[in-house]
Write a protein that binds this ligand. Structure first.
Ligand SMILES: Cc1cc2nc3c(=O)[nH]c(=O)nc-3n(C[C@H](O)[C@H](O)[C@H](O)COP(=O)(O)OP(=O)(O)OC[C@H]3O[C@@H](n4cnc5c(N)ncnc54)[C@H](O)[C@@H]3O)c2cc1C
Length: 340
């Protein structure tokens, strides 16, 4: 078989084959024609032969996309939780919130491709290492791994990220807006002080062109709680805590400390918290704010920090409900709004 396929690519061999098969021709044919004819003869049937799509008008496709997108923007102008950054921490937070179908969640991701830094396991290596007991999330998601005793290894980081992402995207209470950047925070003030009340958003391509174009005002998503999971410092990274620092709502952001795998992961999960009223931080953004050590290519802390952030956000929502109920009854609430 291999020899016959190879021979069809040699014009001479094909012409010889054609002569042997006794084909009669009224005029000499070009080598290219003969090669094409021979390939056609050799083409084997597939289940897709004769496949035909339903007919369509181009405008139908345009309306199908735009109507849904603008409906989504309309429906998510106000949500319970807005998650900024769809890396491993943000997606884990969204996954945990998918278990609470009454909580409405929007995810803002500046990149076209959600997943952040979790498509590879470290450097350009494929395998993803996760220290126990964070492997329980893998069990829950039915992601296979090699058990190495104190840690587990997923054969490709993309398998874990794709599985987590697929669960989040399928959840009815969650909407991902990708290629959309959080440019700023909505910050309000009441008698308890300043609090975060949502995200100021823009299409990333617009955000990147503010210096070349005018009149590119942003959009907004009001939220009772924002979860900031913007990752490392960089052109867009650590955006939430950097903005808080500029506004004087937190101390400066010293950046992550030197690597210490053992203490780093515990520290990030432990310090995942509501940093100012209405804003929870998780993932590597925690290390940026607190200067706690980096951990290198172990991802358990990102997943656990994200899941913890979901529960901190739920606690904040409960607390806000209590405050509203107390206000309606005319009771004075003196307790601070921050929940963790
Ligand atoms: C220089 C470098 C050092 C690293 N060091 C470590 C380390 O020490 N420890 C470790 O575990 N891993 C490290 N990593 C690997 C990896 O980046 C992280 O572990 C992991 O991806 C962090 O998860 P995260 O969810 O916090 O952030 P990320 O995976 O980075 O996800 C953040 C997401 O937020 C999005 N985003 C950021 N800003 C905005 C915005 N304004 N609006 C909308 N979306 C936004 C980003 O596009 C991204 O998708 C490192 C990576 C790099 C490049």
């Amino acid at each position: 078989m291999a020899a016959s396929i190879a021979s069809t690519f040699s014009g001479q061999a094909v012409r010889a084959d054609a002569r042997r098969s006794g084909s009669r021709r009224s005029a000499p044919r070009s080598g290219a024609f003969v090669v094409r004819a021979a390939l056609e003869q050799q083409r084997m049937a597939t289940p897709f032969d004769g496949f035909k799509f339903e007919s369509i008008r181009e405008s139908q496709i345009s309306r199908a996309m735009t109507s849904r997108y603008f409906q989504d923007l309309h429906d998510h102008a106000e949500v319970d939780v807005v998650i900024v950054g769809a890396g491993s921490a943000g997606l884990s937070c969204a996954y945990e919130l998918s278990k609470y179908p009454d909580i409405r969640v929007a995810i803002i991701e500046q990149g076209v491709a959600p997943g952040g830094g979790a498509w590879l396991g470290g450097q350009l290596f494929s395998a993803m290492c996760i220290r126990k007991p964070a492997h329980k999330l893998l069990d829950e998601l039915e992601v296979a791994y090699d058990d190495e005793g104190t840690f587990v290894v997923v054969k490709h980081a993309a398998l874990m990220t794709a599985t987590l992402l697929s669960k989040v995207l399928a959840a009815p209470n969650i909407k991902l807006f990708n290629a959309t950047a959080a440019e700023d925070l909505i910050v309000k003030q009441d008698k308890r002080g300043k609090y975060v009340a949502g995200a100021v958003t823009n299409w990333t391509l617009v955000s990147l062109n503010h210096d070349t174009q005018m009149c590119m005002d942003p959009n907004v998503i009001e939220a009772k709680v924002m979860v900031s999971s913007c990752g490392h410092d960089g052109p867009m990274g650590a955006a939430g805590v950097k903005r808080l620092a500029k506004l004087g709502m937190v101390e400066a952001t010293p950046g992550m400390g030197a690597l210490d795998m053992n203490s780093a992961e515990d520290a990030v999960v432990d310090r995942t918290r509501e940093i100012v009223p209405g804003m929870v931080i998780c993932g590597m953004e925690v290390a940026e704010l607190d200067g706690c050590p980096r951990m290198g290519p172990t991802f358990g802390a990102m997943f656990m920090s994200g899941q913890k952030a979901a529960h901190v956000a739920l606690n904040s929502l409960r607390r806000q409900q209590e405050l509203e109920a107390a206000a309606k009854e005319g009771k004075q609430e003196e307790k601070p709004m921050v929940t963790a």
